[in-house]
Write a protein that binds this ligand. Structure first.
Ligand code: HEC
Length: 176
């Protein structure tokens, strides 16, 4: 208990240290992410509770890691999303070592469009807290992906609520 509190505290201290710092040492390692990368969540490939894509076209490798029972490193271009308004995308190796090269996104979604409201590294926070603060608690072999048993603090939604949020993605309504 004490140990986990200490870990949570160090996350807060660490997160506040990196706020405002530039994390892209090499722009060549940054993928070009446009709003077109995001779409109706159920048009992506399903992996358990979440959905995946690969913006570089390498979906097979992304799915192989997502479906692996012992983890692995996601390839560059991997896009993961659980709740339609939140996503994470993997840049090229070395883009931001502090977040394993993941960039976190908060999205404004409507029936007609997706716009990026916030994006970045450890400083990005959802209404329920820092993305990185929770996700970095995943054991190293899981590459910041939480699932339900990788060591992250739980979110406040159960599977039924997650499925409901996914089903309410307004970008999917045109197909119904
Ligand atoms: C309170 C801790 C917490 C915060 C804050 C949080 N997450 Fe998560 N996230 C989790 C947990 C736990 C899961 C797994 C939930 C499940 O499957 O039931 C998860 C799942 C996900 C997934 C699916 C892949 C995975 O890791 O299982 C993505 C993508 C994701 N979150 C992105 C984000 C983004 C982007 C933010 C910030 C905008 C964020 N999360 C904020 C804890 C958190």
């Amino acid at each position: 208990m004490f140990k986990s509190q200490l870990k949570a505290l160090s996350v807060i201290v660490f997160s506040s240290l990196v706020i405002g710092q530039s994390y892209s040492a090499d722009e060549g390692k940054q993928l070009d992410v446009s709003e077109a990368a995001f779409n109706c969540i159920s048009e992506f490939a399903a992996s358990g509770r979440f959905f995946v894509d690969n913006i570089l076209g390498n979906l097979d490798e992304t799915l192989a890691v997502a479906n692996s029972s012992n983890g692995g490193n996601y390839p560059p271009g991997s896009l993961l999303t659980l709740i339609p308004s939140e996503a994470m995308i993997k840049h090229k190796q070395g883009w931001n070592p502090a977040t394993n090269d993941w960039e976190f996104f908060l999205l404004d979604i409507s029936a007609d469009s997706t716009s990026i409201s916030v994006r970045g590294g450890a400083e990005v926070a959802s209404p329920s807290g820092s993305c990185f603060g929770c996700h970095q608690l995943a054991r190293p072999e899981w590459d910041l992906v939480c699932g339900i048993s990788h060591g992250c603090a739980p979110i406040a939604f159960n599977l039924e609520q997650i499925r409901a949020a996914q089903a309410m993605d307004p970008r999917c309504s045109k197909e119904n």
